[in-house]
Design a protein around this ligand. Structure first.
Ligand code: SF4
Length: 313
């Protein structure tokens, strides 16, 4: 089985105490069974704190967040008490893996780093030049359905990574190639859709409301071309992570639409911000990912909404 990942994958290192939007704040952290059994073998002060800070519910277990929504093992200095006391060995799977994600195929595991982590977002957005996929491990042959899927997906990567075309031109090429038409939504309509979703961060709806009432010229070409590389990296990320091999054509095309919908919203929210710097783009992309991509409910609603984009030839 080989592993395939974007070439930036191994650049990721958690920045821990330097992280502003620490993933140990505000997210429920589930604990896998193997780690739970490790905890049950411990003794001493750490064992009794673990016992007090874990909620078990019909087979599931998670850490009980404190009143400020922080993991009880997140120290004031931004470091993890479990790592400080016992090293990486006591980390549950989620803490060990985050923000990495994996997609499984018959001949490979494809892995990437998730945009909701600020360090991963920086690496993805700032990668210079085209992103290629690196593979490691023994090559086996995939099945025919997957082979065709990888071929089609590579075709999409080639189009979205063309440095000479704008986001709109790339989308039009893909629409023609795969016979779909993304709904032409104004930024006000996009903001409205997202305002109806569940929210994680109270600042997110404020940004969306500002977008809804903005008079910004979202078609401003000089700004978008300045960020062409960053935007094509984000587009590559959305496609690599979400394009499904086993879905029907309407879902396949909906995910391509989703990638472009996401780019346009991230770009518009960045342009609404007074400094529209690359740091703002990274922060908006991180927030968008946490709000839309990391909520199954929100993500599924958006895909359902975009499924009607496919038309018969
Ligand atoms: S969000 Fe990313 S960089 Fe920050 S603590 Fe979590 S894994 Fe580390």
């Amino acid at each position: 089985m080989k592993t395939v990942s974007p070439q930036y994958y191994n650049e990721f290192r958690c920045i821990a105490d330097k992280c502003v939007h620490n993933c140990c704040i505000g997210w429920e952290i589930d604990i896998d069974e193997q780690t739970l059994s490790k905890y049950s073998l411990l003794g001493g002060k750490l064992a009794s704190k673990l016992k007090d800070c874990i909620c078990k519910n019909s087979g599931d277990a998670h850490f009980i967040l404190d009143d400020d929504d922080r993991c009880p093992f997140l120290c004031e200095d931004g470091l993890c008490e479990l790592i400080k006391e016992a090293g990486d060995d006591l980390l549950c799977d989620i803490c060990n893996e985050h923000p990495r994600y994996h997609n499984y195929y018959s001949d490979r595991v494809e892995s990437g780093i998730g945009l909701c982590c600020e360090e991963a977002a920086r690496i993805i957005v700032c990668h210079s030049g085209k992103i290629s996929l690196a593979d490691n491990g023994a090559s086996e042959s995939c099945n025919e359905i997957e082979r065709l899927f990888f071929e089609r997906r590579q075709n999409i990567f080639d189009i979205i990574q063309d440095a000479n075309s704008s986001i709109d031109e790339k989308l039009h090429i893909l629409e023609r190639r795969f016979s779909f038409k993304c709904p032409s939504l104004s930024m006000q309509e996009c903001a409205n859709i997202l305002l109806h979703f569940e929210h994680l961060d109270t600042n997110w709806p404020k940004l969306l409301r500002a977008l809804k009432s903005s008079h910004c010229d979202f078609a401003a070409q000089p700004l978008t071309s300045k960020w062409n590389n960053a935007l094509s990296n984000l587009c590559h990320y959305f496609i690599f992570r979400h394009l499904p091999c086993d879905a029907d054509e309407s879902e396949f095309c909906a995910v391509i639409c989703y990638a472009f919908f996401s780019l346009k919203v991230i770009l518009a929210l960045t342009m609404c911000n007074s400094d529209f710097s690359i740091d703002t783009l990274i922060e908006i992309a991180r927030m968008y990912s946490a709000e839309v991509e990391y909520s199954d409910e929100n993500y599924d609603s958006l895909i359902d909404l975009l499924k009607g984009c496919k038309y018969e030839q």
